[in-house]
Design a protein around this ligand. Structure first.
Ligand SMILES: Nc1ncnc2c1ncn2[C@@H]1O[C@H](COP(=O)(O)OP(=O)(O)OP(=O)(O)O)[C@@H](O)[C@H]1O
Ligand SMILES: [Mg+2]
Length: 248
């Protein structure tokens, strides 16, 4: 049901060919690892699939038979797509708790601050903040969190969307970068839980041990094109993949 497919997806910024002709399928109940050297188009690929960057050409297949040639970020909850950002994006001047409530209630940030929230939404917020271990900071402003706590808050936001049934396809853009080992372990557990719940999980990551541990399938991007696709051990032993990384 929640397979996500791209057909000949292309995104060029003037002369920069960030993504060229990518036809890829992401399956439910699987973690797809997306790897590639810096600047190979991983984040741009996610941006085109989450309405952040318009597509130059090609199409995206979502929610069974819907075929899109343009996608805007406001539509993401409708298609059940959510994400975390490589450079964490939070509502900095809102509390940790409100950062969760603003996405689950879909009321916009202004109303979210002033309206009373239902016990249902509060219970979800408490559950996900406890899951990632930052409930004790729920009244703190997001801007005052540490780097690792900020990353965990973004992950909690994804979990909250999942709890309310609005996250079937989830993109994680380098969620482990800068995390302490215990947090790495926690994030991996969460990835596996999402997979076992049947979510379509896409993980962009540079740490190959994590890619090996978690990925059911790996795709390798090189200069915006698909270099390799398949089982992690097979793909990571390919000479052209190793060379693409060493050639950075
Ligand atoms: N908004 C933009 N305008 C112009 N060029 C861009 C823009 N966004 C990305 N690019 C270019 O597109 C290419 C792919 O960048 P992207 O950030 O997608 O790579 P990445 O694989 O995520 O790299 P990293 O591993 O460093 O995060 C790069 O050459 C980058 O400079
Ligand atoms: Mg990136």
């Amino acid at each position: 049901m929640h397979t996500l497919q791209t057909k000949h997806l292309t995104k060029h910024f003037d002369t920069v060919k960030a993504i060229t002709d990518l036809s890829i399928s992401f399956e439910p109940g699987k973690i797809t690892g997306v790897i590639g050297p810096n600047g190979s188009g991983k984040s741009t690929f996610i941006n085109t699939l989450t309405g952040l960057t318009p597509i130059t050409s090609g199409s995206i297949g979502v929610a069974e038979k819907v075929e899109l040639t343009s996608i805007v970020s406001n539509d993401m909850p409708v298609y059940g797509i959510t994400r975390t950002f490589q450079e964490v994006r939070l509502f900095e001047q809102m509390s940790v708790l409100d950062n969760i409530l603003v996405v689950t209630t879909c009321r916009g940030w202004f109303k979210s601050i002033f309206e009373k929230h239902s016990a249902y939404h509060l219970a979800i917020a408490e559950k996900v903040l406890k899951r990632v271990g930052i409930w004790q900071f729920h009244n703190k402003l997001a801007v005052n969190l540490s780097y690792g706590q900020r990353k965990l808050l973004e992950i909690a936001r994804v979990l909250a969307m999942s709890e309310i049934g609005k996250a079937q396809v989830i993109f994680f853009d380098e969620p482990y970068a800068g995390l302490f080992p215990e947090m790495v372990k926690l994030v991996s557990e969460i990835m596996k839980e999402l997979r076992s719940e049947g979510k379509t999980v896409i993980l962009v990551e540079h740490n190959m041990d994590l890619i090996r541990e978690l990925s059911d399938k790996v795709i390798v991007l090189d200069s915006g094109t698909l270099l390799a696709e398949g089982n992690a051990n097979h793909v990571l032993s390919r000479k052209d993949v190793v060379e693409a990384y060493l050639g950075e």
